[in-house]
Design a binder for this molecule. Structure first.
Ligand code: PSU
Length: 304
């Protein structure tokens, strides 16, 4: 049985030419940002990847196929669709089998990118260990995917709504390289610093690409988390956003929000509480991650 992959014309051409390709996820479009900013941002992210010399491949599930690269019309439709499934490792195949429409999280996008031979992927922030995980056991499947699937993920750290020390602990246990780009601290999504030191630091995309390749040669499974801090002019300092994060977390708990609904609920509430500032920052950090991912993809596409 052949893989149910459908490449957009642009991505098919890039593959044939051996060009640099950057995978992009779709949950950020369907569950992470409101319409129309979601579609506008997705388009800007794709344009940013192209401007940086690589080809974007936004990934989503439609009509029993894994789409690697979406046309403008598909992107627009996805951005306005209702009831789209938020897919991770557990439900990717079931969605394909039943013919549903699904957006891919970090975990599912890594799986699909790897099947398509794409080594690097840009997103906003990965999922991780939720606060209170010691009782809820809520740990994003994104972490285990990083341990298993050989894709380098460029993110502005893990989302600051999470328990970041525990997230770093789990990544260490799983043997995932966590590489801060250009600074010592692990970034905290809307803020440049989490107050925690990242286990590794790199300052050049070529080094990140070389480490990615070396892991493959050494037979080490899994990918790398490239933690790229939000640009200084766009950041919301930690002290400023923390009260809003706390308020949103308290509300989620009071309302009994659980499992897959937690992250989208918190992002929406923090958007309301910051009067849209969190979304402006989120857009800036995704664009910044797209640029770095394109630079890494170009290094990976170069002979070496
Ligand atoms: N980055 C963003 N916004 C998002 C996400 C990433 O800027 O909404 C999505 C990713 O798809 C990630 C998911 O995999 O949030 C994490 O969800 P959870 O905590 O339920 O695993």
């Amino acid at each position: 049985m052949t893989l149910p992959l459908t490449f957009s014309p642009e991505v098919a051409e890039a593959r044939a030419a051996g060009a640099a390709i950057v995978a992009l996820e779709s949950t950020i479009i369907t569950h992470g940002m409101p319409f129309p900013q979601n579609v506008e941002t997705a388009r800007r992210v794709e344009a940013e990847v192209r401007a940086a010399g690589a080809i974007p491949a936004t990934i989503a599930i439609m009509d029993r196929r894994i789409h690697i690269g979406l046309t403008d019309r598909q992107l627009d439709a996805l951005g306005q669709a209702k009831g789209v499934a938020k897919l991770s490792r557990a439900d990717l195949a079931a969605c394909l089998a039943s013919g549903g429409t699904g957006a891919t999280t970090v975990a599912a996008t890594m799986i699909c990118a790897h099947l398509a031979g794409i080594g690097v992927f840009a997103t906003g922030g990965i999922g991780g260990v939720h606060r209170g995980a010691e009782t809820s056991f809520d740990i994003s499947a994104d972490l285990r995917e990083l341990a298993e699937t050989a894709v380098s993920v460029v993110a502005a750290g893990a989302k600051a709504i999470l328990d970041l020390p525990k997230t770093l602990e789990v990544l260490e246990t799983l043997g995932v390289p966590v590489i801060a780009f250009g600074q010592d601290d692990f970034p905290a999504f809307w803020s440049r610093s989490s107050g925690l030191r990242a286990p590794l630091r790199m300052d050049h995309p070529a080094d990140i690409a070389a480490a990615h390749r070396l892991r493959g040669r050494l037979g080490l499974p899994g990918g790398q988390l490239i933690a790229n801090p939000i640009p200084i002019e766009a950041e919301i300092p930690r002290a400023e956003i923390m009260p809003q994060i706390e308020a949103a977390l308290a509300e989620a708990e009071a309302r009994g929000i659980a499992a897959k609904a937690v992250t989208p609920f918190l992002l929406q509430r923090i958007f309301d509480l910051t009067e849209g500032r969190s979304l402006t920052a989120n857009i800036a950090l995704v664009l910044n991650n797209a640029r770095l991912a394109a630079a890494i993809a170009r290094e990976l596409a170069a002979p070496g």
